[in-house]
Design a protein around this ligand. Structure first.
Ligand code: IPE
Ligand code: IPE
Ligand code: MG
Length: 232
């Protein structure tokens, strides 16, 4: 039996279909999904997960209709405003990772503010991947490694040396990755970091994924046999 994952991660998918099933606009599903973020954050803290990471917006998601993109960014702003106290009260450190150059100055300011205010919180780290893609991360890491070490220094690098150039530097690789909504793909998420991650797929749409569903995924993870290529 595995223990509780140190790092649990979720590809939060199915908001649009959830809204469509109710005859509503897609953005209605995104707003409902914010409640699932709150529920899963609470459940993760309660279970003793140390890092909960959430794929909130991919680099490819910029190609969605402008109104939807704007609403998603607005929801992010609202969540930052509304959840600050809860995060502080529960000792949750807030971190945003991704291509932040593409975010508005206003949103970046709010993110920096909340990251600063929660920097000393140590019960759990909540990582929001925003404007993130795995290929982008690997490429920016490669560029930074070359800039810092030079060609000669890069030649002698081991895989472990590469970790610290990724935006996830200092964060352990996910033990568990959950994807909701029945899709069973990685969608350019943590490509390097998921080398030995356990995947749990569920048909539940993200706005319906709450504490019981999160706990069920932890139970599924606990039953997995992790071998890391070795013979047991
Ligand atoms: C996940 O729900 C939220 C984001 C990707 C931002 P979707 O918006 O992808 O919902 P579906 O997959 O269309 O149902
Ligand atoms: C993946 O969901 C990205 C996020 C959950 C942020 P998508 O809905 O964008 O993925 P695809 O297009 O179905 O692969
Ligand atoms: Mg989707």
């Amino acid at each position: 039996m595995n223990e509780v994952p140190v790092h649990g991660s979720i590809i939060m998918d199915g908001n649009g279909r959830w809204a469509k099933a109710r005859g509503k606009e897609r953005v209605y599903g995104h707003a409902a999904g914010v409640e699932s973020v709150r529920a899963c954050t609470e459940a993760a803290v309660e279970a003793g997960v140390k890092y909960l990471s959430l794929y909130a917006f991919s680099e490819e998601n910029w190609n969605r209709p402008e109104a939807e993109v704007n609403r998603l960014m607005e929801l992010m702003m609202e969540a930052i405003r509304n959840e600050m106290k809860t995060l502080l009260d529960n000792g949750v450190r807030f971190v945003v990772l991704g291509n932040r150059a593409r975010l508005s100055e206003r949103l970046n300011g709010a993110i920096d503010d909340l990251m600063g205010k929660t920097a000393a919180c140590s019960r759990m780290t909540l990582v929001i991947f925003l404007s993130y893609s795995g290929k982008w991360d690997i490429l920016q890491a490669m560029k930074r490694a070359v800039a810092e070490r030079g060609a000669e220094g890069v030649r002698s690098m081991e895989t472990a040396d590469f970790d610290r150039y990724l935006v996830t530097a200092g964060i352990p690789d996910p033990d568990l990755l959950i994807r909701t909504s029945g899709e069973e793909r990685i969608s350019n998420y943590l490509l390097w970091q998921c080398a030995y991650t356990e995947f749990v797929f569920t048909d539940v749409l993200w706005p319906d994924f709450r504490k019981p569903e999160f706990r069920a995924a932890l139970a599924e993870y606990a039953s997995r046999d992790r071998r890391y290529g070795k013979v047991k």
